[in-house]
Design a protein around this ligand. Structure first.
Ligand code: HSE
Length: 310
């Protein structure tokens, strides 16, 4: 409590993981957001600096995912203390990599760490989800969960945040490519049909069960058969130029599966090892480069620790 300030890191995450729309996600080791926090004489939360967001993130606490989430923790604790936050976005914004979730997680971690950790990470979860809700209007923890807790998380029910960590097989590597096209999460959610057929439901629940079982048993073949999304991906693919070419390139190089990361436009693939991941990443990137689409490529193990104080 004698410290005047500190820095926390909250990782990017891949939500949905193909067949787990709004209920499954995993964290990456990189990229992620950094939040610098300092005590201030003025009670409450203020945002004093934002870098890496090209002016697209508001300073008003009520409209800022990190600020709002941080304020909610402070209110919950009834703390009279004041805090200044600097948000350093170290990952693409609006990319489908859980950028707003990482900021919200960074916000709650920063306040909690400064106050000597009165709350556990699980207790911080609802406040971070409230912060992220500002970004797309929906209450779901499939980015916030993994960014805060680390690993892969499965949410049986978002309303009650009935969240569980899923075993991750050793060596599993994620490849994520971010094509520089704009896809707003709100829009990407709004285009989704409310109707799902019984056949789709049976296929999707089969895949989700298979994926969770495959992860739990480190059964890569079962994971490979299960990493399919028959409901959301077919509706969102149109938002991402050359999505199916990128996916085909990834699968040809032996990715276990490939789909849209969160609401897009990023595309992720899961791979059995680093050698395959590098080939998969290069193949995915070649498709975008050949079509003159600027992009960023990230290859990362699954992050098991989640948000941390640096
Ligand atoms: N599950 C969410 C979606 C993640 O796909 O819309 C992005 O917030």
């Amino acid at each position: 409590m004698s410290e005047t300030g500190m820095k926390v890191f909250a990782p990017a995450s891949v939500a949905n993981v193909a067949c787990g729309y709004d209920i499954l996600g995993f964290a990456l080791e990189k990229p992620g957001d950094e939040i610098m926090v300092r005590f201030s004489d003025k009670p409450g939360v203020r945002i004093t600096k934002i870098t890496g967001a090209k002016g697209k993130i508001p300073y008003e606490v009520e409209k800022n995912t990190a600020g709002f989430a941080a304020q909610k923790v402070l209110e919950h604790l009834g703390s009279p203390r004041g805090f200044e936050l600097e948000i350093h976005k170290k990952m693409p914004f609006g990319s489908g990599l859980g950028s707003s979730a990482a900021s919200a997680v960074g916000g709650v971690m920063a306040i909690n760490e400064m106050l000597g950790n009165p709350l556990t990470k699980r207790e911080l979860l609802p406040f971070a989800v409230l912060g992220e809700q500002i970004a797309d209007g929906a209450y779901h923890a499939d980015n916030v969960g993994p960014s805060l807790l680390g690993g892969m998380t499965f949410i049986r029910d978002n309303a009650t945040l009935d969240i569980h960590k899923v075993h991750v097989p050793r060596g599993l590597i994620a490849v994520v490519i971010y094509p520089h096209v704009q896809v707003l999460t709100r829009d990407s959610r709004n285009i989704l049909s409310d109707s799902v057929t019984l056949k789709q439901t049976v296929q999707q629940t089969g895949n989700l069960g298979g994926l969770l079982l495959g992860m739990n048993n480190s059964d890569l073949d079962l994971i490979k058969r299960s990493l399919n999304d028959v409901i959301i991906e077919p509706q969102r693919a149109q938002l991402i130029p050359h999505f199916y070419d990128v996916k085909e390139a990834a699968l040809k190089e032996d990715a276990l599966g490939c789909s849209i990361s969160g609401a897009g436009p990023s595309i992720f693939a899961l791979c059995a090892n680093t050698f395959i991941a590098e080939n998969v990443g290069n193949a995915m990137q070649k498709v975008l480069v050949d079509n003159k689409i600027e992009n960023d490529l990230f290859i990362s193990p699954i992050n098991h620790e989640g948000a941390i104080r640096l």
